[in-house]
Structures are given as structure tokens and as C-alpha cells.
Design a protein. Structure first.
Length: 328
């Protein structure tokens, strides 16, 4: 369970990444079923920190707080990647050895890689840094085609906005789909972008007509997860050829229709497992897997646990507050 959270700041830390950390972990969201976090900023030299974006921060904690934390967020630097100090790298290694989860995104992956903790692991970073990263850290398996990577107690994300996706993913992993969706709703952001989704789309955007049809199609797919449909069926509903539909779908979503639909079905299954007593067999039917065996296969493959075990874990670990239960 995450209780103590420390975000490491530097004079080159950007305003957006600082805002991401404070927005997710610096506010009281106990009404959503999230335990209160002991959140703080830490720097190599506590005291007055003048950031490059013109804001002065008063930092109370030095790096000694890092190894006492359950979650350490290494905030990226705005300028080109430089070598972090050995004092910082030593504390990151010590925190990991003490059982902390380490999380970073964008150029922060470069900083974390300097500690050696990413050696032999898969990670991601902003596409802009990939060539420099590979030249400096060839022992890290960098994947520039995804939004974020989960390596257990080490999580890395792509560009700045992927920090939001990464935090939502961590909330989903730790507290379940219902809580993550509630947080996303309060922030007015999409509840989930799959980690395997492309960082950016190089092909031109579809015209307005195609975008509107695809928007209507996405809404229909979410409302009819139980339907067994093919790409051909969806293309016909969108008044497109299968080839054109698949191309425009990837342009808008960054993934294929089948992968998108599978992700939505799993998300809906998570919510039903967390918030009700519907039998697994019925959940499988409602979300379009057909059988409990098919749901179990996909759930174990992509979530690492069987549906019944997932339900039992989240029932025990995430109490439902009265307000949230009533709203549900």
C-alpha cells in the first residue's frame, strides 16, 4: 500500500511534471477510497529552490526522505539530459533496496537509468531522447513506441502528458478501475490510455466527417461490449471500407480496433468485479468474452491474476466509501 510519496525536484524540473505529481498525490481524495498520502517534495539541497519556470519553491526535505518512501517520483528535467549527481543516484538505489516503487517519465527515465536500476529492464521515454538514450544506456531495453512501461516496482512513461497516463495506471493497479476512473473524472481526462498505445501518430488526421463517424463508433462500441463484431462489421457501421476504417481507427486511437475493444472489455470486467457480486460467468457474457474461461485467459495474460482473485484482492484492499457507494 502506498502511503509515503516523495517527488524529487530540481531547478530544471518543469511546471507541468510538478503539477502532475502534486495533482495526483498532494490532494485528499479519501472520498474516492484512496488512503491519504503523506506527500512531500525533496531536493538535494532543501531550502529555497528557484525553478527555471520562474517559481520559487520552499523545499523542507532533503534526499534522506527518499529511502523512507513507498513511492518515489523522479521528476524530469526540462533541458537536455545531464548526468545526475552520485548523491541522488545513491539514494534512488537505496530506496529501491528498501522496497520503494520508483516512477518517472519523459527525460526522467534518463536520470533513473544513470542509477543502473534500469539495466536489463524494459523502459520508455520521450521519443525525442531515444537516440541519446540508446547511446548512453545500451543495456536498457528502451521502447519508444509505448506510453508507459510497468516493471513491477519501476515504472517509466513517455512524454509529459504520459505522466498523467502513468499515474492513472498506477492508481488502477493499486486501487482498481473504479477509483482510477473517479480520479480521471475529477481531472476531466480520459480514464485510461493503454500503455501499448503509440506515443504519437505520424499519419495525417482524418477529415472531420471521418472523425465524427469514428467518435460515434467508439461510443457505440463501449455501450455494446457484449456484441461479437468484426472489423468488417464496424467498418460497415461507420460507412467505410474495412481498410479505410482500420487506418483511420489507428490514426485516432493509436491502436487497432481489436486491441482497443479488448482493452475496453477488460476495463469493464474490472469495474464489475470490483463493485458488484455478478458471477464471473455473467461478467464474461456482458463484456463480450462469452465464457468465463475466455475471460480468465485474457485477464491472467494481461493482468497477471485470475478474475476471482482480482475480485477478492480489491474487495479486501479497497474499502468502498459511503459517498462513492451511493453514487455508484
Amino acid at each position: 500500500m502506498i502511503r509515503t510519496v516523495t517527488a524529487i525536484v530540481h531547478e530544471k524540473t518543469g511546471a507541468f511534471s510538478l503539477g502532475v505529481a502534486t495533482e495526483f498525490f498532494g490532494y485528499d481524495r479519501t472520498d474516492l477510497g484512496i488512503p491519504p498520502f503523506d506527500f512531500a517534495l525533496a531536493a538535494e539541497r532543501p531550502g529555497t529552490l528557484r525553478t527555471q519556470f520562474g517559481v520559487t519553491l520552499q523545499i523542507e526535505h532533503g534526499l534522506e526522505r527518499v529511502r523512507e518512501s513507498d513511492l518515489v517520483i523522479l521528476l524530469p528535467w526540462e533541458e537536455r539530459c545531464e548526468e545526475p549527481s552520485e548523491a541522488l543516484l545513491s539514494e534512488l538505489r537505496a530506496a529501491y533496496d528498501c522496497g520503494a516503487t520508483l516512477m518517472t517519465f519523459c527525460s526522467g527515465t534518463y536520470l533513473l537509468a544513470a542509477s543502473g536500476l534500469l539495466d536489463g529492464r524494459r523502459a520508455t521515454t520521450h521519443w525525442h531522447w531515444v537516440d541519446q538514450f540508446n547511446g548512453r544506456f545500451p543495456e536498457v531495453n528502451i521502447d519508444a513506441d509505448v506510453l508507459y512501461v510497468d516493471e513491477g516496482r519501476i515504472l517509466t512513461g513517455a512524454g509529459g502528458a504520459a505522466g498523467v497516463d502513468l499515474c492513472l495506471y498506477l492508481f488502477r493497479r493499486e486501487y482498481g478501475a473504479r477509483v482510477a476512473n473517479a480520479v480521471a473524472r475529477s481531472l476531466v481526462v480520459p480514464p485510461h490510455r493503454d500503455g501499448g498505445q503509440a506515443q504519437y501518430i505520424v499519419s495525417p488526421l482524418p477529415d472531420v466527417g471521418d472523425s465524427e463517424r469514428l467518435g460515434d463508433m467508439l461510443a457505440w462500441m463501449q455501450e455494446n461490449l457484449h456484441e461479437q463484431v468484426t472489423v468488417e462489421d464496424l467498418a460497415a457501421r461507420a460507412l467505410m471500407s474495412p481498410r479505410s476504417f482500420a487506418r483511420h481507427f489507428r490514426t485516432v486511437t493509436g491502436t487497432t480496433p481489436r486491441a482497443w475493444l479488448l482493452t475496453q472489455r477488460l476495463h469493464r470486467a474490472e469495474e464489475l468485479l470490483e463493485t458488484g457480486d455478478v458471477p464471473v460467468e455473467e461478467i464474461a457474457r456482458q463484456v463480450g468474452f462469452g465464457t468465463a474461461a475466455a475471460l480468465r485467459e485474457q485477464f491472467v495474460r494481461r493482468r497477471g491474476v485470475a478474475p476471482r482473485d482480482y475480485r477478492r484482492v480489491f474487495r479486501a484492499a479497497t474499502p468502498r466509501p459511503a459517498t462513492a457507494a451511493a453514487a455508484g
